[in-house]
Design a protein around this ligand. Structure first.
Ligand SMILES: Cc1cc2nc3c(=O)[nH]c(=O)nc-3n(C[C@H](O)[C@H](O)[C@H](O)COP(=O)(O)OP(=O)(O)OC[C@H]3O[C@@H](n4cnc5c(N)ncnc54)[C@H](O)[C@@H]3O)c2cc1C
Length: 461
């Protein structure tokens, strides 16, 4: 048995960041992780492996479609799927080992195994019970299931199975047009798979600014992805390495069955708190299965929770921010997360990024706002790399000019969004962005132009 100031259950981005910050603030920390490697969903089966495959297949797309235009002639590369998966695994390994190194550097103890909480102040790992003044539940999430769809992780897969398919399927049906479905759908579409996305709602990427979602769907359609919207999946079955997906069109109740080589179920994720003993401990839960918290504290004294296991967007950086904030609180300081400024990014080509409010949300709230929009057609750098299809849209208060939200579809959108995040954290106006000198030629000039468009107008429009 060992005693700690803090034991964190879960070594994902929420848990490991919380641990490192706790250690930096002088607390004795243990992290319980049952996986063989640290980094949680994000590093092992989420953000990082998917981005490795997106990078590899984007490079293939460039070779197939754009190299010749730039005078780079010759045969396009052929795909060695096993090598691509090996590259992805090396990327994972490098990153998970990196967290192990950071644990050693910061003197965080990794308690290897699956943890339970037999009582407040105690965490059991294997046969050992450890003591802690504070316990943090950072156990993350798992793929949500869908009635009538039986996942075997071979023919009918979640995102986890989609990262390690034995071979590249000829066809794939993706159930759900959210971030994960579209990212993995893009990967396979670029590898030559015929991808059909079936979505219950009438638009893709629920919650996204509608204008951006529409433009995004158009671009993905041009890339060969097929969309069936307003379709409620009734079930999916696998037999002999093939699958059938049945859906009902909501507009006329007609039923359609698709034959396919692979089905990716990407209908979201649900909090994972199995086996922790929360019920016996009396921890209050939300209706949708998350641990109920107030400033990360549960109703049980000394037990906290964060990341995908609690309410809020299921994003690695949201979990990390919560990890840092909670560490500060546990060290007697004040920790804070500004949930109004959490960016969201889709790492397709083009990337899509957003922060703050959408136009639909502002309308619903009855807020007077103005829109500054700038097309990447007016951005020299985007044109040079054949990615001028998208735009930057900034929403600002009509009277005060304060930035309320930003939505970008275009090259490096996931990086560009952060200047708007910083601006929003400082309560900046669109004019503040517009008056800031931006280096030329950069994609970020499009952000400045959109800010200019909130005032007297963009220059290159
Ligand atoms: C395919 C995919 C792509 C994604 N891409 C992105 C992206 O690009 N950007 C982004 O921000 N987010 C992305 N996400 C979401 C992101 O991975 C999660 O939001 C993030 O990992 C949540 O962090 P967490 O620390 O709360 O939990 P997790 O990362 O899920 O970590 C929880 C850890 O707890 C461990 N654990 C659980 N129970 C126990 C127990 N009882 N004892 C010991 N250990 C336990 C688990 O093994 C796991 O390692 C993606 C997710 C997926 C699936």
């Amino acid at each position: 048995m060992a005693s700690f100031d803090v034991i964190i259950i879960g070594g994902g981005p929420g848990g490991y960041v919380c641990a490192i910050r706790c250690a930096q603030l002088g607390l004795k920390v243990g992290v319980v992780e049952g996986r063989d490697t640290l980094g949680g969903t994000c590093l092992n089966v989420g953000c990082i492996p998917s981005k490795a495959l997106l990078h590899a297949t984007h490079s293939l797309h460039e070779a197939e479609h754009n190299f010749a235009k730039m005078g780079l002639k010759g045969k396009s590369p052929s795909v060695d799927w096993d090598q691509m998966k090996a590259y992805k695994q090396e990327t994972i390994d490098g990153n998970t080992k990196g967290i192990e190194f950071l644990f050693k550097k910061n003197k965080v103890t990794w308690l290897k195994g699956w943890g339970t909480i037999p009582a407040a102040g105690q965490v059991k790992v294997g046969d050992e019970v450890h003591e802690a003044k504070s316990i943090v539940i950072a156990t993350g999430s798992e793929p949500a299931s869908l009635a009538g769809v039986e996942v075997d992780e071979k023919t009918i897969v979640t995102s986890t199975g989609a990262l390690v398919l034995n071979k590249i399927p000829k066809s794939m049906v993706v159930i759900g047009a959210g971030v994960i479905g579209l990212e993995m759908g893009s990967v396979y579409a670029r590898l030559g798979t015929e991808v059909t996305v079936v979505e219950y709602l009438d638009a893709i990427t629920p919650g996204m600014d509608a204008e951006v979602a529409k433009a995004f769907q158009k671009i993905l359609t041009k890339q060969g992805i097929k969309f069936i919207l307003g379709a409620a999946v009734q079930g999916a079955t696998a037999k002999g390495g093939k699958a059938k997906v049945t859906y009902k069109l909501r507009k006329d109740d007609s039923e359609v069955t698709l034959d396919t080589d692979c089905v990716l179920v990407a209908t979201g994720r649900k909090p994972y708190v199995d086996g922790l003993g929360l019920e016996a401990l009396g921890v209050e839960m939300e209706k949708r299965g998350q641990v109920k918290t107030h400033h990360f504290a549960t109703n049980i004294k000394g037990v906290y929770a964060l990341g995908d296991a609690i309410v809020g967007p299921m994003l690695a950086h949201k979990a990390e921010d919560e990890g840092m904030a909670l560490a500060e609180i546990l060290a007697g300081k004040s920790g804070h997360v500004n949930y109004d400024v959490i960016p969201g990014v889709i790492y397709t080509t083009p990337e899509v990024a957003s922060v703050g409010q959408t136009e639909e949300q502002l309308k619903e709230a009855g807020r007077a706002y103005k829109v500054g929009k700038f097309s990447f057609m007016g951005n020299a750098r985007a044109k040079a790399i054949f990615q001028a299809d998208g735009f930057v849209k900034i929403l600002a208060d009509k009277d005060t000019d304060r930035i309320l939200g930003a939505h970008i579809i275009g090259p490096m959108a996931g990086d560009l969004i952060h200047e708007v995040c910083v601006a929003m954290e400082f309560g900046a106006s669109a004019q503040d962005l517009a008056l800031t000198c931006h280096a030329h030629p950069t994609y970020s000039e499009a952000v400045r132009e959109a800010a200019l468009a909130c005032g007297d107008g963009a220059i290159h429009a």
